[in-house]
Design a binder for this molecule. Structure first.
Ligand SMILES: NC(=O)c1ccc[n+]([C@@H]2O[C@H](COP(=O)([O-])OP(=O)(O)OC[C@H]3O[C@@H](n4cnc5c(N)ncnc54)[C@H](O)[C@@H]3O)[C@@H](O)[C@H]2O)c1
Ligand SMILES: [Zn+2]
Length: 370
């Protein structure tokens, strides 16, 4: 991608969902395509959902792109705690008060928290209205804004209430990442490494070679990486929208990550936990003879180059395992591991005995940083 130009990825959905496909536009200034995307839906009203950080940094830009057009606005406190029932209620009520009807459109302007929450509010308001995603974090650009999973958390756990609701358009403007805190950016790179590891060995090669450019914020290089990730995700989602099979490979590194996140009380960022989860899954795969020799070492290199840690901070393994056991009980056949066969190719295994997983997790966490 040349700097200044935008690229697109079309997300086609499975047969039963024909007609709900949409376009992801990626590039510096992609947000300037917003008026066109809105026009094509001709909504009765537009309602923007965002958080305070995003609104402070980019609210002016959004207003100028919309050229003073009239829209409703819900600005939420930043952070995972906003992905709540209370926030969903607030958005629904704001929509009613703003005079929204079934032909109105919600614009999710923020990271994965805003995207999941606003998407869920749109999915459920009047049984479902249109929504557009303008992701503002790297994680949201490469992962959460694409694929139609929306939802909120309950005090009992993350993402326990939600709906599949596909956006009508996604506009990933790389310029918006310039204000993203470095820690958030690093966490986003973990999902990029994940996507390359399960589905794009060429992208993995780019991450190995261009980490310095990417970390320096080179918009054209970042745009190419986002584009490659969206292509992988779009092709997986097109074949398995509802995660009945193939889509599970997107959870590489996530089985242990969920345990780490729960045990760390969500002080760990999701991407940080995923980085450790990938390192663990690669080691487990190698021990089981699934992951080819050398793949683990290759995987660890970009994790470290992007400033992520392949080992989590010291955590109680019994707490991590308790959270994983909780996940295991929720799954139909028990714990599900995504293992890489080699860089670019993943397999899903749900036949690994719990005792084996357990021992491996205890051993891995025992080697954690002090
Ligand atoms: N739906 C899916 O398929 C899917 C996939 C992965 C993750 N998720 C969800 O995504 C969420 C995490 O998303 P996230 O990592 O984007 O977190 P986030 O939305 O909380 O954003 C991280 C922080 O960055 C700030 N921020 C966002 N954009 C900014 C910008 N451009 N400049 C400055 N600050 C900015 C936010 O205010 C927040 O403080 C989790 O709730 C997770 O469950 C969903
Ligand atoms: Zn993730």
């Amino acid at each position: 991608m040349k700097s200044g130009s935008a690229a697109t990825v079309r997300v086609e959905l499975p047969r039963e969902a024909r007609g709900r496909g949409y376009t992801i536009t990626i590039g510096p200034h992609a947000i300037e395509r917003l008026p066109e995307a809105i026009r094509s839906l001709s909504p009765s009203r537009l309602h923007v959902v965002t958080d305070r950080n995003v609104w402070r940094a980019w609210g002016g830009r959004l207003r100028s792109v919309l050229r003073g057009g009239d829209f409703g606005l819900t600005v939420l406190p930043p952070g995972e705690r906003s992905k709540s029932v209370a926030s969903a209620v607030r958005i629904w009520r704001d929509l009613v008060r703003a005079g929204c009807d079934r032909r109105s459109c919600v614009l999710a302007f923020g990271g994965g928290v805003v995207g999941d929450l606003a998407g869920f509010a749109a999915a459920s308001f009047l049984r479902g209205i249109d929504f557009i995603q303008v992701p503002t974090t790297l994680l949201a650009m490469v992962d959460s804004s694409v694929g139609g999973k929306t939802g909120i958390d309950l005090p009992e756990g993350k993402n326990l209430v939600g709906a599949f609701h596909q956006p009508r358009a996604v506009l990933a403007d790389i310029d918006l990442l310039s204000t993203l805190p470095a820690r958030q950016a690093r966490a986003g790179w973990a999902e990029v490494i994940k996507t390359a590891a399960i589905g794009d060995s060429r992208l993995f090669g780019v991450l190995e070679e261009e980490s310095a450019w990417l970390l320096a914020g080179d918009a054209a290089a970042i745009g190419r990486a986002v584009l490659a990730c969206c292509r992988v995700k779009a092709s997986v989602v097109a074949r398995d929208e509802r995660e009945s099979g193939l889509r599970r490979i997107l959870n590489f590194g996530h089985t242990l990550a969920h345990g780490i996140e729960a045990a760390a009380g969500y002080r760990t960022l999701h991407g940080e936990a995923v980085a450790a989860g990938m390192a663990f899954a690669a080691g487990l795969g190698e021990a089981l003879g699934v992951t080819l020799p050398g793949a683990t070492a290759r995987l660890l290199a970009p994790i470290e180059a992007f400033g992520l840690r392949p080992r989590p901070a010291r955590l109680s393994s019994s707490r991590v395992l308790a959270a994983m056991e909780h996940d295991k009980k929720r799954g139909a056949r028990g714990l599900r591991w995504v293992l890489v066969r080699e860089i670019g190719r993943a397999v899903v295994r749900d036949d690994i005995p719990w005792t084996v997983s357990r021992k491996a997790v205890v051993w891995f966490l025992a080697g954690a940083r002090a």
